[in-house]
Write a protein that binds this ligand. Structure first.
Ligand code: NAD
Length: 518
């Protein structure tokens, strides 16, 4: 039986040796989940909400040990683990416990013509879904998906990243303590091969967060079984600094947006587009602030930047930096790993030709930011929209109207004006990307609806309004002429003006014509 070793990325210390889940056990995992899901879907919405709130209480009781587990396995500072990971999930649970029953309640669909009939949306759970997660926010990201899945009445088979399995098991422990039906959520431990084996069990839907290459593999495998996918993938987010921006505010936004979580964030600012009229003072202040960032071991409580969590990320940084050096790009600061190769120094690169380099086009996923300038607003928009990603963009300006005008031209899933990155953690607002940044949305009502099937129910308003429809057999000449005349009402705009009138005529004709239908 193979094992997975969890290590502290700041020290290399071995934290645990875990048994990898055997692929042959997966059918039983899914069967048990299906049994639990049937039980859970019979819970009243109020009962589901109460169970979710128990999970929130359990997390609160264990918040310090959860924070420690995140810090030791991922390497991020304590503040980030607690404030950027655990607290948003408390809010997310509260939001869905309160709002899921409303979002998932039957919803009426107004019909323009057929006033004698009623239609409504009726939502029902997908069944057993799978959540496959990355290592960079190992608590926030999977728990958000799991809470939405459970709120909607599903069971979950969860595979945390092989880099952060202990955080995954901590989520499982909290769910177990909150007394959900047993086996409703099950965590399996392993790497990509296990993820692929999970898909062969045909989950009702795959909720994947991770890289573009893996997303493509998952989608191709899912296509074989026609399994729907939600893909939250990478980004190369632009921060646009307009000429009226407050420089102190703009540089602080750039520092936090580009370097929080040591830049290992899908929504990190990876490209700064600054107006050429303010570029000099902006760069100067930004470099000063970067020099003040404290990089240190995850055990210390007052560091700002932790280590590089995943070894293979270092190859990406070194490759992009080598190319930038070869192209004679200008390194305003940083550009190398620390001596022990555990930390990447905050790096800011600029210079002519930078827009042709990988550091400007390909996801870096680290504390390495490319800076370029623009002269006109259309040029800024064109630059921000260049490339294959479309996750998030930010704009710094004092003119909110201009900010919104630009925002509506950016090809991304979210635009933040005078803020950066953080809405990935908001429960109420949708999160997701366009282009290579993914498919589907998470969080918000839209995210919850990704976890249900939509059933349309259509019925007569009253039972005596049940009669044979005019478009049923037999097809006759008068019927044809009637429908042809009806089409004229559209030409004259009457359908729009008197939407009730044709409905009454149709209803009346139906009543007198009903005996003639087959
Ligand atoms: P990754 O794609 O290497 O792995 C993610 C998960 O997929 C892991 O659990 C891994 O074991 C699993 N996996 C790998 N191969 C698989 C396969 N063939 N079938 C099924 N599962 C498989 O990504 P990563 O390095 O863990 O995370 C970094 C990436 O995640 C970055 O690109 C980042 O932008 C992205 N990300 C996106 C968001 C978002 O919300 N859009 C959030 C966080 C991270």
């Amino acid at each position: 039986m193979s094992v997975l070793i969890s290590r502290n990325p700041a020290t290399g210390e071995k934290l645990a040796e875990l048994q990898v889940t055997v692929e042959a056990s997966l059918p039983a995992v899914f069967e048990k989940a299906a049994v639990a899901q049937r039980k859970w879907s019979a819970f009243l919405p109020k009962e589901r909400s109460e169970t979710l709130l128990r999970l929130r209480e359990t997390i609160l009781q264990h918040i310090d040990e959860i924070t420690e587990t995140i810090v030791s396995e991922n390497g991020k500072p304590h503040f980030e683990a607690m404030a950027h990971e655990v607290i948003p999930t408390l809010d997310l649970i509260t939001f869905y416990a309160k709002n899921a029953p409303k979002i998932l309640a039957d919803r009426s669909i107004p019909l323009t013509l057929l006033k004698h009939r009623a239609s409504y949306y009726n939502y029902w759970p997908l069944g057993v879904v799978t959540v496959i997660s990355p290592w960079n926010y190992p608590w926030l990201l999977p728990l958000g998906e799991i809470v939405m899945a459970l709120s909607a009445g599903n069971a979950v088979v969860f595979k945390p990243s092989e880099v952060t399995p202990l955080v995954g098991l901590k989520i499982q422990a909290m769910v177990d303590l909150a007394l959900f039906p047993s086996n409703l959520m099950q965590t399996v431990i392993g790497a990509g091969e296990l993820g692929a084996a999970i898909i062969e069990q045909k989950p009702a839907k795959i909720f994947f967060t991770g890289s573009v290459p893996t997303g493509k593999k998952i989608m191709a495998q899912a296509a074989k079984h026609l399994i729907p996918v939600n893909l939250e993938l990478g980004g190369k987010d632009a921060l646009i600094i307009l000429p009226d921006a407050d420089l102190d505010f703009a540089t602080s936004a750039a520092v936090w947006g580009g370097y929080t979580n040591a830049g290992q964030m899908c929504a990190s600012v990876e490209r700064i587009l600054v107006h050429d009229s303010i570029c000099g003072p902006f760069q100067e202040l930004l470099v000063k602030k970067l020099a003040r960032l404290r990089q240190g071991p995850s055990g210390s409580r007052d560091n700002d930047l932790g280590p590089v969590t995943l070894e293979r990320q270092k190859t990406i940084y070194e490759d992009q930096i080598a190319e930038a050096h070869a192209a004679k790009a200008h390194f305003l600061t940083g550009g190398e790993l620390s001596q022990d190769r555990r930390y990447m120094k905050p790096t800011l690169i600029t210079g002519e030709g930078i827009e042709n380099l990988k550091v400007y086009h390909e996801e870096t996923f680290g504390p390495v930011v490319a800076l370029t300038t623009f002269h006109t607003t259309p040029e800024a928009i064109q630059k921000a929209n260049s490339g294959r990603y479309g996750l998030l963009a930010s704009i710094i300006t004092r003119d909110l109207t201009e900010g919104e005008r630009i925002a509506k031209q950016l090809q991304v899933g979210s635009v933040l004006i005078n803020e950066v990155c953080y809405t990935a953690g908001l429960a109420e607002t949708p999160w997701g990307g366009v282009k290579d940044s993914g498919i589907g949305r998470t969080h918000s009502a839209a995210g919850l609806l990704e976890f249900v099937n939509v059933r349309h129910i259509h019925k007569p308003r009253l039972s005596w309004l049940t009669f044979k429809s005019l478009w049923w057999f037999p097809y006759t000449q008068p019927q044809y002429k009637f429908f042809r005349a009806f089409a004229e009402l559209y030409r004259r705009g009457w359908i729009r003006k008197f939407s009730l009138f044709p409905a009454f005529v149709v209803t009346f004709i139906r009543l007198i014509w009903r005996e003639k239908r087959l």
